[in-house]
Design a binder for this molecule. Structure first.
Ligand code: PLP
Length: 373
């Protein structure tokens, strides 16, 4: 059997090891050090945003954003339903109530009209939502400008979950910089990785200072360990940040590779009846994962293709199962359009690694063509 083709594999550029070696040489084996500072500067520069905190995960970044915005027990937080559970879990860590907003058809992300409907209803009930968490799924820019306008109109802070969208842009502006807070993830399967990690970004210096404070156990300024607040151990290590500094050097190249994966799949598969998530004129997607829809493929289901490709050691995956269909969130209030459920039923994510070779891509297409015959 040929070597496994992964959905989204880590892809080192080569310079990561130099930063790690430097950390070893200087004995900076800790959740602070020059690589952490350097990586934060890289993230700030890349996204043209003044402040960034490097953290242990994207989930930790969302959690800290909610804490800093004062989200507490029984508060309502509006969030995209079509996402990975890590978007929603931190709302529950705060004992707040997630309210799930379905997608629109065009970008597969949160529908601004449904969002506004939910806000009006909750305000009418005397329960104004405390925050909005908006996700750019698979790297595709959602309708963030519309959502930002709604967030400003009703004065509800906006957290932009750009965990999958580092390097994507809308009208030339990096995703993650539209909201009051932006969140990135450097988990092993993301567009670049620190083995595990995340970042919280903002234009508000006080908030990012506060995030660093909370992420390092909330130590007061005192020679002894003194605490006036509950802290967290959420800081990124200097080793992980060393990987991140090397990865930032290849990020643009890896985005080009993923975009060319997508273009290749589209060219080869569109005529077989598969549909894709299309970029509009103002959008630039990092194309983290290429997803196909079986919209015009008759008598075949995505799950059949998944099992078939698995026989050749090719990994594919269904689209994210919407949160309103998850057992754990079945009692959560949801504003639905039916879009994300349909995408979940009709879609499949294809191998999308930046390290995918032409031979591997040809093999995948060959097997899909045989499957469709
Ligand atoms: C990966 C991901 C997260 C969580 O990031 P971690 O670094 O794995 O904690 C959050 N939201 C979305 C949409 C993600 O894909």
């Amino acid at each position: 059997m040929s070597e496994r083709i992964f959905l989204s594999a880590p892809h080192m550029g080569g310079e990561e090891i130099k930063y790690i070696q430097h950390a070893f040489d200087e004995n900076w084996i800790a959740p602070l050090g020059p690589n952490v500072n350097g990586f934060e500067e890289d993230i700030q520069k890349y996204n043209s945003i003044p402040y960034a905190a490097a953290l242990s995960s994207g989930t930790a970044a969302i959690h800290l954003a909610l804490i800093i915005l004062g989200v507490k027990k029984d508060d309502v937080v509006l969030a995209s339903s079509f996402t990975f559970s890590a978007t929603i879990n931190p709302i529950v860590y705060q004992l707040a109530e997630p309210v799930l907003i379905d997608s629109e058809e065009e970008t597969w992300n949160m529908d601004p009209e449904l969002l506004e409907k939910s806000i009006k209803e909750y305000i009418a009930k005397g329960k104004k939502p405390k925050a909005i968490i908006f996700v750019h799924l698979y790297g595709m820019p959602g309708k963030i400008q519309e959502v930002k306008a709604i967030s400003e109109k009703y004065e509800i802070p906006l957290i932009e979950d750009a965990a999958e969208a580092l390097g994507s842009k809308l009208d030339g502006k990096p995703l993650g910089t539209f909201g009051d807070f932006g969140v990135y993830s450097f988990n092993g399967n993301k567009i670049i990785t620190t083995s595990g990690g995340g970042a919280l970004v903002s234009e508000n210096k006080d908030w990012i200072d506060k995030a660093r404070f909370l992420a390092t156990q909330a130590r007061d300024a005192a020679p002894h360990y003194q605490h006036s607040e509950i802290g967290y151990n959420y800081r990124m290590s200097n080793i992980a940040a060393g990987i991140g500094r090397g990865q930032m050097k290849v990020l643009n190249q890896w985005i080009e590779n993923r975009r060319s994966n997508h273009d290749f799949y589209e060219k080869e598969l569109k005529s077989l009846g598969f549909d894709f998530l299309y970029e509009n004129d103002s959008a630039f997607s990092n194309r983290w994962l290429t997803c196909v829809l079986f919209s015009r493929v008759s008598n075949k289901e995505p799950e059949e293709l998944r099992q078939d490709l698995e026989k050749y050691n090719i990994e594919t995956r269904p689209l994210w199962k919407p949160m309103h269909l998850q057992p754990i969130f079945k009692n959560s209030k949801a504003y639905l359009s039916g879009v994300s459920e349909k995408l979940f039923q009709k879609g499949l994510c294809l191998p999308s690694s930046s390290s995918l070779t032409n031979e591997q891509k040809d093999l995948i297409i060959e097997k899909i063509k045989v499957f469709c015959k």
